[in-house]
Design a protein around this ligand. Structure first.
Ligand code: NAP
Length: 544
């Protein structure tokens, strides 16, 4: 069914977003016999992987792990081609899932939810899309992603710049050719670090405008090892279970020793061995990388040494060395030839700390050292992470407040699943859940399954309304911060901390207690009769 613009439709459940979370949620709602509908802003399914089709876009979780685990058949029939899947391959996979499970008939594309409110009289949500659709629903579920609200920097004159502009998180669907162009790129996080080597292959001149250098580890990507693929296909149930029992939801080789317990030789050997394996696994070299400053510094310094070896010009290498944060306390990056790109004669690194861009005019970025004439400017400047997409839904809760109004000093949520004052509204991978600190598909599945089981429980007990208790929520919010404060993460100016958005409260956004701990806690809550949640069947729905 398609939600048309002319009438207000009603569904048992509305899901916002058709990425990994929204698609699985829709599937589970159908299994529960609920009439569900998905509103999706894009003109295709895939969420993050729909929008992020910039050159070089690739996941840095191993292909065999970055997929759904809920269908053994799907798991067996899909064959990945590379160690790390490229954006196009992941998008093909998501489209395959949408077709295979016949999901599209309950998805409205080009339907961006931009407003909504809790209708107390009806005990329902009303949502509106920018395109004019309206729907009511008994249960509203956000599947809007943690890294979906892209942001451009506020630089004087940018509006008047006449060159082509792009954001990595809103990349056009048609091919973009930079051949022969003078190209600028701002941002050296995961997206920038992936895009820069690719842009350098086409651009006549490439200027990288760097504010903060990051730590990046080689991907050593390549065709998937057939034996590795077969091993996973043969052992999927056990491996998935093992992954769920880790703190990242990923089968990493987690270091079991402190860097400080090892001899200099043994430590150096271990870091070298892990560097040769590559990937985000490197950050887990020691068991205390994220909690012990000295241990972290040893690993950080090893990578600085590698950067100096890879970059030929010592002055350029010096600018690429991260000193303001420890490795992994901002999301570690994974690259293919990133540092080597600075050895190319047409690639220039512009250090914004010493020479900030003062303004743009119609053809150039201007620093106090001069003009950079640019035919195109790429922004890899990141996202209003975790809370941004939720706030921009403009959902008005029971007390007449939106998330934005309520979250002035940081997001409030019970388990990252619900927020007091927003009855019957579930937030998949919401703030205060492990979400983007993990293999996000593992976190998504855990949330979707928890929500589906909860809805089933409500059906069985005749409940139509669920609310988190304020006290339970307060305690959870406190716990999330306490756990974060025990790590080095809170010392970095990262998007985890909201530090990339001017005026955003400085609060650690996800839950860093570990996926397995978190999932066990959610199970405990259920076992204790959904501890911290209130259920009811208000008068308004008694006759429905
Ligand atoms: P990001 O990590 O937030 O990086 C944004 C970059 O833009 C930073 O270098 C930042 O500098 C810079 N920047 C922002 N505003 C600026 C300004 N006004 N002036 C100059 N520089 C500015 O964003 P991202 O690279 O898109 O990555 C976001 C997250 O998405 C990643 O951390 C990761 O979780 C995920 N991701 C994953 C993959 C993958 O799996 N391989 C790929 C892409 C993205 P500062 O550091 O100084 O703020």
């Amino acid at each position: 069914m398609n939600a048309s613009t002319s009438q207000r439709l009603h569904f048992d459940a509305v899901v916002i977003g058709a990425g990994f979370a929204g698609l699985y949620m829709l599937h589970r709602l159908r299994l529960l016999g609920r009439r569900a509908h998905v509103f999706e802003a894009g003109d295709g399914v895939g969420g993050t992987w729909y929008w992020n089709c910039y050159p070089g876009a690739r996941c840095d979780v191993d292909s065999m792990q970055y997929s759904y685990s809920w269908s053994p058949e799907l798991q067996q029939e899909w064959k990945w081609t590379e160690r790390y899947p490229a954006q196009a391959e992941i998008l093909r996979y998501i489209n395959h899932v949408a077709d295979r499970f016949d999901l599209r008939r309950d998805i409205s594309l080009n339907a961006k939810v931009s407003a909504g409110q809790w209708l107390a009289d009806e005990q329902r949500w009303l949502v509106r899309t920018e395109q004019g659709q309206e729907a009511t629903c008994d249960i509203l579920i956000t599947a809007t992603g943690c890294l979906s609200e892209s942001r451009l920097p506020n630089i004087e004159g940018l509006d008047g710049y006449k060159g082509r502009t792009y954001h990595t998180g809103r990349w056009p669907k048609e091919p973009v050719d930079f051949t022969g162009l003078r190209v600028g790129i701002m941002g050296t996080g995961s997206s920038g670090i992936q895009a820069i080597p690719q842009l350098a292959k086409q651009a006549k001149e490439l200027y990288v405008f760097q504010r903060t250098p990051n730590f990046s580890v080689p991907a050593w990507n390549g065709p998937i090892d057939p034996a590795h693929q077969q091993d996973w296909l043969s052992n999927y149930p056990q491996y998935r279970e093992q992954a769920r029992n880790t703190r990242s939801g990923i089968m990493y080789e987690y270091g079991t020793q402190s860097a400080l317990e090892m001899s200099d030789e043994a430590r150096a050997e271990e870091m070298e061995r892990r560097w040769r394996k590559g990937g985000t696994n490197f950050a887990h070299s020691f068991n205390d990388t994220f909690i012990n400053r000295q241990s972290n510094e040893l690993l950080s310094d090893f990578v600085r040494g590698k950067i100096k070896q890879m970059v030929q010009d010592p002055a350029v290498a010096e600018k690429l060395l991260p000193h303001d944060h420890g490795i992994g306390t901002k999301r570690i990056c994974v690259d293919t030839g990133y540092y080597q790109t600075y050895n190319l004669p047409h690639v220039k690194l512009v250090d914004l700390r010493s020479t900030p861009i003062e303004r743009f005019d119609d053809s150039a970025a201007i620093t106090r050292e001069g003009r950079y004439e640019l035919d195109a400017m790429v922004f890899a400047t990141g996202y209003d992470a975790v809370t941004g997409a939720l706030e921009r839904l403009n959902l008005v809760g029971e007390q007449g407040k939106t998330f934005k109004q309520l979250w002035q000093s940081g997001p409030t949520s019970y388990l990252g699943l619900m927020t007091a004052g927003f009855p019957n509204l579930f937030t998949i991978t919401g703030p205060g859940s492990p979400s983007i600190l993990t293999n996000v598909i593992v976190s998504i599945e855990q949330h979707v399954e928890w929500i589906a089981n909860c809805l089933d429980y409500m059906d069985q007990h005749g409940h139509t309304r669920i609310d988190p208790q304020q006290a339970a929520q307060d305690q959870w919010v406190k716990h999330v911060q306490e756990v974060a404060n025990g790590t080095l993460f809170v010392s970095a100016n990262s998007w985890y901390m909201g530090a990339n958005i001017p005026g955003k409260p400085r609060v650690f956004l996800p839950y860093i207690g570990g996926f397995s701990t978190y999932a066990s806690h959610c199970q405990e809550v259920v076992k204790k009769g959904y501890e911290g949640f209130d259920f009811s069947r208000p008068q308004a729905v008694a006759g429905r």
